[in-house]
Design a protein around this ligand. Structure first.
Ligand code: NAP
Length: 470
């Protein structure tokens, strides 16, 4: 595939193969851009600002709705490509497509709701005789840098609100899974003037870094790891930055919980997308009295998962993004076992596959739960009471989302208030998001919020216009 810059297809002498992690076959190649090409994209995005800003909100909204219709028509085609490049089961890819369509639809609606407010200047000492109002104006050029795990929906979470509030965009997709995003950019490009949508493929450390450092890019909207996020925040200078980073989300299961519900929450939360989910359940903190029953039920349900060809509709556990990623998960689990943890089921690797693994007797100091483990692993940590549960839940640099399972109202409220995370769900695992809700972590899990309305806030600036009526 080619890049799309200023409405033109652009290639490069250097290319990278995009491989299917299931069978290692090459699906396609992408150009590896260097700094000159990134610079061209920045110029084109700046040149296109006026054409987009001159468009009415009505027209921008309609155009986004047209893209919604096109994506709906191509839902299956996109889902298949997504499964090929990421290795996620086809049914999960279809869900990502449905969410992508929803995210885009929310942005098309939001394009008509970008309001300012009137400001009573006469409430201030010298303000009598003035009338003033604010307008939300676009920032200019937004660069969207996105990860491999939900490449399409997470990219749409950035570029759709950016365009809804009339920013032009440059997309830097993940090198391991760029294809659905590049195809989607082509759909968008057909609706909007040249240069409104641009893609730059190439290595994050080179072209990503260049976009972050450029004074001619007005905003970086980044989703990815904490390490990259920290580098970006240091290099971005005066531009606005939204960082949606990693998570190490706790699931707290108290003695009075509905165990069946909590177990189902882990199956979805720890094993979805082979555990490669920022808001995945990564630490299961269980009160001692119920821990044995909980672990037995969890093993039973985990063993029902079907690992296999991601294109097969019966498959519920696909591959990780690469064999390298699977080896890393294998090593982290093995280290925990070496330190005393016990594998109850799973624990084996085959190429890029890693079995759905339940591991008990994990202690909070093991690397498996200190760092974000990006794989299908459900680590169980035992605690003796709610105080210890909250303490363990908060004993992390991360704070994305959290889930608490209890049927006691006051325990639920206490956990909700004391757990340090951007979202706390009661009787639902952390692995839940609707695309309109404010989403974004505390602590090292990020800066700023997404969820269309909230992303628009972060992609506009407020201008005050004052009229002297005297
Ligand atoms: P990553 O390694 O940080 O890469 C993310 C993106 O950043 C890729 O496009 C990458 O390009 C680019 N990049 C790498 N180095 C860069 C640099 N120096 N400057 C600018 N861009 C750079 O993350 P990942 O492994 O793809 O994704 C997994 C991580 O994302 C996990 O930690 C996960 O929790 C997090 N995540 C967070 C959320 C959220 O909403 N909070 C959602 C999903 C995932 P290349 O591909 O070319 O290296």
């Amino acid at each position: 595939m080619d890049m799309l810059i200023g409405g033109k297809h652009i290639s490069s002498e250097d290319v990278e193969e995009v491989k299917n992690p299931y069978n290692d076959e090459v699906i396609d190649t992408i150009p590896i851009a260097h700094l000159q090409t990134a610079d061209l994209a920045i110029q084109e995005a700046n040149n296109a600002k006026k054409s987009l800003q001159d468009m009415s909100a009505f027209k921008v909204s309609n155009k986004l709705f047209n893209v919604v219709d096109k994506l709906k028509e191509k839902r299956h085609q996109f889902a298949e490509l997504l499964t090929l490049e990421v290795g996620k089961p086809i049914n999960e890819s279809l869900v990502e497509l449905d969410r992508s369509i929803e995210t885009l639809r929310l942005a098309a609606e939001e394009a008509k709701r970008i309001y300012g407010e009137s400001v009573p200047l006469d409430a201030g000492l010298n303000g009598k005789g003035f009338f003033a109002f604010t307008q939300k104006v676009p920032l200019g050029v937004v660069a969207a840098i996105t990860p491999f795990n939900y490449p399409l929906n997470l990219t749409i979470h950035k570029i759709a609100p950016a365009i809804a509030c009339k920013n032009t965009v440059i997309i830097k997709p993940p090198t391991e899974a760029p294809l659905t995003v590049m195809k989607f950019a082509e759909l968008l490009d057909k609706e909007f003037p040249d240069g409104v949508v641009n893609t730059v493929t190439g290595y994050g450390s080179e072209v990503g870094d260049y976009l972050v450092s450029s004074p001619d890019v007005d905003k970086i909207s980044f989703t990815g790891s904490v390490t990259t996020g920290m580098m970006i925040s240091q290099k971005a200078g005066m531009k606005k930055v939204t960082l949606e980073l990693g998570g190490n989300d706790p699931m707290v299961v108290l003695n009075d919980a509905d165990i069946d519900k909590a177990v189902k929450g882990v199956i979805n939360g720890a094993f979805l997308n082979a555990g490669q989910v920022c808001m995945g359940v990564k630490r299961i903190i269980v009160e001692e009295d119920i821990s044995k029953e909980f672990a037995q039920m969890l093993v039973r349900e985990t063993e029902k998962l079907v690992m296999g060809n991601p294109m097969d509709e019966k498959t519920t556990l696909g591959t990780l993004i690469s064999q390298k990623a699977a080896i890393q998960v294998e090593q982290t689990v093995n280290n925990a076992v070496h330190l005393g943890a016990r594998i109850l089921t799973g624990g084996k690797r085959d190429g890029a596959f890693y079995e759905a693994t339940v591991i008990d007797d994990v202690t909070p100091d093991m690397d498996l739960v200190v760092r974000e483990t990006f794989g299908p692993v459900a680590p169980i940590i035992h605690v003796t009471n709610i105080d210890e549960a909250i303490e363990v839940a908060n004993d992390t640099e991360y704070g994305l989302q959290a889930g608490v399972f209890t049927n006691d109202y006051s325990n639920a409220m206490r956990c909700a208030q004391e757990i340090e995370a951007g979202t706390v769900f009661i009787n639902k695992q952390s692995t839940f998001r609707t695309d309109n809700m404010p989403f974004g972590g505390f602590k090292n899990s990020g800066v700023g919020k997404e969820g269309i309305k909230y992303a628009v806030e972060e992609m506009t600036k407020t201008k005050l216009i004052g009229l002297n009526l005297r």
